[in-house]
Design a binder for this molecule. Structure first.
Ligand SMILES: [Zn+2]
Length: 329
């Protein structure tokens, strides 16, 4: 049995819509007033959006559901599915701990609860029956003030071990604020964390080469080979891997046809830039969206050759932040 590694998957977008719907039913949640049957919910939840902003709005709804008392429910199902249906051996899950805290609490209590949330996730990412190794990446967010992002960094450093890295996520707003991020990422690195950053996903506007000196990987970055190919040499020199999530680009309105990725893979290969194929938000894609399914779709759209597959799968393990061969969960 082939075993795979997925390096880019959001906790808020990792779960099958059926699991979310059953959870809403258990809670008798008010959202069900809009969706009396599963089909309606499924179509809404997995529909392609026109923009990343629109896509992120639904993501925020799931983040609110994943409050501290309900996280065990979601974590178990996430590990179960990834192990059983995708043959994942290793998974890096990313999330913003602050967005899962109780909005009714004061700021100090919310910061405290952020630590509890990381603790609950750590405990529940080790279900006895599904021996998959899951590591965590904590996300900063472009919508949050610097002070809060710094608190997220602090919490990540306190939890090094289960937490292996940090990321910058959220809609691609404020493309000009890059100095702040450079400082934050270099602090993270100095503390022993690995770094990745969502950039160059929907446009080339927030691609700042000064970020490259503080990053180990880039979330998406597909507009680097497409719009700024002159920067690929620098990525190769700094050994930065791109996390490419094919179906996601259709869902966020970034790409109409996966064949457009052909140029991304070709230019990266020519310049020696590694690509790890990942899933991003598989629960938000029309089912079945799994990592093996993404590999298959790339071959199907003539983006990669079957012969490239083994190498691409190995790149994911090689570029992982916390993979140790032989480690058991
Ligand atoms: Zn992402």
């Amino acid at each position: 049995m082939a075993l795979y590694a997925d390096l880019h998957r959001h906790l808020g977008g990792a779960l099958h819509p059926r699991i979310i719907y059953k959870f809403l039913q258990r809670q008798d949640h008010e959202v069900l007033n809009f969706f009396p049957d599963y089909e309606g919910f499924y179509n809404w939840f997995t529909r392609p959006c026109n923009t990343l902003e629109e896509f992120v709005k639904i993501h925020s709804l799931v983040e609110e559901l994943q409050s501290i008392e309900h996280l065990p429910y979601f974590c178990l199902r996430l590990c179960r599915g990834a192990y059983t249906f995708e043959n994942l051996q290793y998974l890096e899950i990313r999330y913003n701990p602050y967005f899962r805290t109780d909005k009714n609490l004061g700021i100090d209590k919310r910061l405290g609860q952020m630590r509890d949330i990381i603790g609950v996730i750590t405990t529940n990412f080790r279900p006895a029956d599904y021996p998959i190794v899951v590591k965590q990446i904590l996300c900063f967010d472009r919508r949050l003030p610097l002070k809060l992002n710094e608190e997220i960094l602090k919490a990540a450093v306190e939890n090094i071990g289960p937490v292996v890295g940090v990321d910058l996520a959220g809609p691609e707003i404020n493309p000009e604020v890059s100095e702040e991020w450079v400082t934050l990422f270099s602090k993270a690195r100095a503390a022993g964390l690995k770094t990745t950053c969502h950039l160059g996903e929907t446009t080339a506007d927030n691609i700042h080469p000064q970020l490259f000196s503080v990053l180990d990987r880039i979330g998406h970055g597909i507009h680097i080979p497409l719009a700024r190919p002159e920067l690929l040499k620098d990525l190769a020199r700094k050994q930065i891997t791109l996390e490419v999530c094919p179906t996601s680009y259709r869902q966020t309105g970034t790409m109409k046809d996966l064949s457009n990725l052909k140029e991304v893979f070709k230019r990266c290969k020519e310049h020696g830039v590694a690509i790890a194929v990942c899933t991003d938000n598989p629960g938000r894609n029309p089912a079945p969206c799994t990592l093996p399914g993404e590999y298959e779709r790339l071959i199907d759209h003539d983006v990669i050759d079957f012969a490239d597959l083994k190498h691409i799968q190995q790149e994911a393990f090689r570029s992982a932040f916390g993979f140790v061969r032989g480690e058991r969960h």
